[in-house]
Design a protein around this ligand. Structure first.
Ligand code: URA
Length: 255
């Protein structure tokens, strides 16, 4: 037996668009529940109810998962008084309950997962779960020899404890600048910039390209987003330490 939920929320959870759009569809008499047309957006229904839009059956998904190619200049928050937020780029989708998984700095670009699944978010962020986050970093100058070894050992960046081991790989040089792929498993405040600073260099460009084996889709320009595929959600859950049983329990809850 599923939970009771408002009809407009249910509809928005079926990918029909924003909650506002759902309200207009319901008020227009286009939505039926178990064969009866309902005009009240606040009408409570069971998650298992048979809901149709213009006679087409809808499938409700409790959780939504998106990847955004975050552009520079917006903040990783749900609301902000002064700046654009990452959510403002998710046009035409229901924003209810959505939040970014972790934060990228305002000037950082790249892969940001946006979801309403609190448990998955918690696990991806938790340093205990060791979920890889891979960054493409351009530095003002080449990192000193031995940087990779120091990163691997666990770098002291002035916090109570050193960083967890990180992996550094050269990604070539251009216009006198050196680039790298850096894999970390934590998300400390300005962590990558502080790690590079601890090496006497500074970051001139930073982009996250992978989280837990889910790669930023190359076809997304900065500011564009798409829903995660089923395989990407499974990859992310595996990386975040979900057991097979936990994953199948989730699937049953959603049925
Ligand atoms: N590390 C940083 O320094 N900034 C980010 O945005 C992400 C990781």
């Amino acid at each position: 037996m599923g939970e009771m939920i408002r009809l407009d929320r249910f509809l928005a959870g079926c990918g029909t668009g924003s909650r506002k759009h759902a309200v207009s569809l319901i008020k227009a008499g286009r939505v039926s529940v178990n064969g009866t047309v309902i005009h009240d957006p606040g009408h409570k229904i069971n998650e298992d109810a048979a809901v149709c839009l213009d006679d087409e059956a809808l499938i409700y998904e409790r959780y939504s998962y998106y990847m955004l190619n975050k552009p520079a200049g917006c903040v990783s928050a749900v609301k902000d008084r002064l700046s654009d937020t990452v959510l403002s780029y998710l046009t035409g989708v229901n924003h209810d309950g959505l939040f970014p998984v972790g934060r990228l700095d305002k000037d950082t670009e790249g892969l940001l997962i946006i979801t309403n699944d609190g448990e998955l978010c918690h696990r991806i962020i938790s340093p205990k779960k060791h979920v890889d986050k891979v960054y493409y970093v351009i530095c003002d100058k080449a990192l000193p020899k031995g940087a990779a070894a120091q990163f691997k050992k666990g770098l002291d960046i002035g916090d109570d404890v050193p960083c967890l081991p990180a992996k550094l790989k050269s990604a070539g040089a251009k216009d006198g600048k050196s680039s790298y792929e850096l894999t970390i498993t934590e998300g400390r405040f300005h962590q990558v910039k502080r790690m590079i600073m601890a090496m006497g260099r500074s970051v001139v460009y930073l982009k996250r390209i992978n989280i837990g084996g889910v790669k930023l889709d190359d076809s997304l320009s900065p500011g564009q987003f798409r829903a995660l595929t089923h395989d990407e959600i499974v990859t992310l859950k595996n990386a975040a330490g979900y057991t097979d049983k936990e994953q199948s329990d989730e699937a049953v809850k959603e049925e």
